[in-house]
Ligand binder design. Sequence first.
Ligand code: FUL
Length: 485
Amino acid sequence: MKLPKILAFISLSAIIACSKVSPPAPYGACPTPQQVAWQRMEINMFCHFGPNTFTGAEWGDGTEAEELFNPTALDCRQWADIAQRAGMGGIILTAKHHDGFCLWPSKQSAHTVAQSTWRNGKGDVLQELSDACTEAGVAMGVYISPWDRNAPTYGTPQYNETFRMTLEEVLSRYGTVGYDGKRHIFEQWFDGANGEGPNGKKQTYDWQLFNGTVARLQPEALIFSDIGPGCRWVGNENGEAGETCWSTLNTDGYAPGAGSPPIDTLNHGNLRGAKWVPAETDVSIRPGWFWHADEHPKSVAELLRIYYSSVGRNSLLLLNVPPDSRGLISAEDSVRLLEFRAALDSIFSTDMAKSVQITASHTRGGKRCKEFSPHNLTDGDYDTYWAVDDSILTPVLTLSFNQPVTFNRIMLQEYIPLGQRIAAFEIEYQETDGRWCRLAEGTTIGYKRIILTPKTTTKSLRISIKSSLACPILNNIGLFMDNIL
Ligand code: FUL
């Protein structure tokens, strides 16, 4: 055979050999396509806005006069514009916080924008946000607090019905208009706080009714609560997901709020947990959730640390940026957010792994099988990945560079549509004399893991999977230098 024929024969046999190899089967609890899309948003904006913005409180007691709510220059387009420029694809607004005040003219309450003097009682913040999000192509979510310190029926079974109708109003009227012409809410945020109502009573929430209502009206929306079902609270408000962070959780026998799993479990998830309930890290850019004149935003360095301990630990970051009493995101916060985005871009726009040669101890279907080749780790395509045969649980990747590279951040991503599998890994680098030295070790990877290492210069790196629940599947590797932190 002549050379071109031989080459054609070799590649044809590789294709034939490979075509017999099927992709790994999903392992354990796996995400829905909506959960994958949500996780890929990485950072979203939370907006706490309402009577507290004007009173300086963090928890209003529901007796605040409606006239207090009077933003002088409310502009949701400004919120959406800043979110978009800061790389946040979604905004979640406190449509109703614990004080019960509704930012839309709700028929279920007498404590709403309609009773305020703002825009002569004709204003509707949810409508304005829906329009702004639609124009900017930003997804819209809503926080609607079940705990209501204003509702007279709170503490009686009737309140559950009122709350259901409240949900119906919001979820059928508002949201970003999609290509299908329908209004979409991407996330329904249910706070677990469950205090007393105006009558001194505590409510037994009908979560089945509430979740069922969301599922019926916005089937694609993720429901956030302490235990999901769409995504879970990370267990603190400091911006810290666990170093070990499983997206799987056992929720049987638990309820949001007082009945939730221990904080530590929310922070780490459950190894082999029965449901896919990824962690969402909610944290404020300021000390409080609501805007207060005497508070200021966190520094870029603090925000970066939060990014690493949330997005970098398999969690979504929901960063609260509270509009001020004018109804605008303050200049201070906007500038800080854009600086934060510029810092992320400067760190992550140069990926040294792009020029790397990667070899794997194992490849599913054999070395020649392109479909599962380690080259997929750097091709920029989310849906291509490196995989190994089902029986291989501890494969090793070796990264070699022509020239030494200097970095201090290593990014690894598991292909989560097929489940979260890796439970332990180790990273080594090679010294100029050929010795391999341990650089880092860790447990879970999940959607994204960013490993902070000392500044390292090397021509070779080795990533060893030390423990995996099923054959590991990685779809991305990155190497970066952070000169800011
Ligand atoms: C908590 C609430 O009590 C805070 O006011 C805030 O809304 C935070 C995001 O959730 O449970």
